[in-house]
Ligand binder design. Sequence first.
Ligand SMILES: NC(=O)c1ccc[n+]([C@@H]2O[C@H](COP(=O)([O-])OP(=O)(O)OC[C@H]3O[C@@H](n4cnc5c(N)ncnc54)[C@H](O)[C@@H]3O)[C@@H](O)[C@H]2O)c1
Ligand SMILES: O=P(O)(O)OC[C@H](O)CO
Length: 331
Amino acid sequence: MSAVTVMGSGSWGTAMALTLCDNDHQVTLWARRPEVCHKINTEHRNPDYFGDLRLPDSLAAVDDPDRAMDGAEFVVLAVPAQSLRENLGRWTIPDGAIVVSLAKGVELGTELRMSEVITQVTGIGADRIAVLTGPNLSHEIAERQPAAAVVASTEQETALAVQHLFHTATFRPYTNNDVIGCELAGAAKNVIALAVGVAAGMGYGANSGASMITRGLAEIIRLGEAMGADPHTFSGLAGVGDLVATCSSPLSRNRTFGEEIGRGRTVAEITASTRQVAEGVKSCKSIKALAEEYGVEMPITYAVCAVIDGHLGPDALVRALLSRAPKAERT
Ligand SMILES: NC(=O)c1ccc[n+]([C@@H]2O[C@H](COP(=O)([O-])OP(=O)(O)OC[C@H]3O[C@@H](n4cnc5c(N)ncnc54)[C@H](O)[C@@H]3O)[C@@H](O)[C@H]2O)c1
Ligand SMILES: O=P(O)(O)OC[C@H](O)CO
């Protein structure tokens, strides 16, 4: 049994906290809002994210970050990507703790991956950081539906420790040492899911979705290879696995956000109507900046950025992609 603190009590932090409880770890969940802590501690529910789902009695919620992390051997970071730097700047991670990053985003302005942000702000070395990613929609995980995942770390011992930490009867993490590929894949699939959602919202069917998923994968691989990722990562769970899950599922916030755009709502309207994060809405810009930096073509990502910025409507997004100069598939 390990002492584990999950920092962030939204959909994914809560789902991972209950998975860790299923493994009999001593789990503390940090929530910003005292009323969320109260509900978790007294009613064993987090209704903003999981309706009536009963959380394990052993799960303790705390609203003070220092108290939450006191004695933690593992600290699991479950706040949105664009808030990670600010939060880490306020927190003190216990000496020696292994840090697990859950966020699927690339930081705006710096274009840093989440593990890079963690090292930059806290000074914690890459050998004590792991990234957990893969096809993992929180509601399915919280219902204990079977799923696989990837734990990526440059340090094999760290990857193995985190794999062991999370491995339950229904949740099966594999290890991988390609942190760049795993993090990039997790962030970039959200952008492709926005595009697939736009097409779905406009009423297009499976052919359009599959075409975007496949060409989306091609542009993610192009960027990944330029950044030094292992191309094999993209045919694994962190790559094609998460891309298919996110782009196909009505549970995906990114796909749903895109669908709403496809039906004619504005980005401002959709953003105002949900408290949940759709990471691709911001990360599309940092991924576009990476594409520019590495000189890689990413037409779907560019088109999504134009739609998010209001420069392109949904119809124009589809036209822009189809009217590009004809080319061979493997380019
Ligand atoms: N939900 C999923 O299915 C899922 C699966 C895998 C990975 N992820 C990733 O996990 C990360 C967290 O996503 P989520 O699904 O839990 O999002 P969410 O919107 O459900 O919850 C986000 C949580 O962070 C808190 N939060 C928001 N802004 C904050 C800030 N500025 N400072 C501190 N806390 C803040 C919210 O109060 C909430 O508790 C994202 O990067 C997401 O891509 C989510
Ligand atoms: O709901 P989304 O779109 O943030 O996707 C959640 C997970 O990343 C799916 O693996």
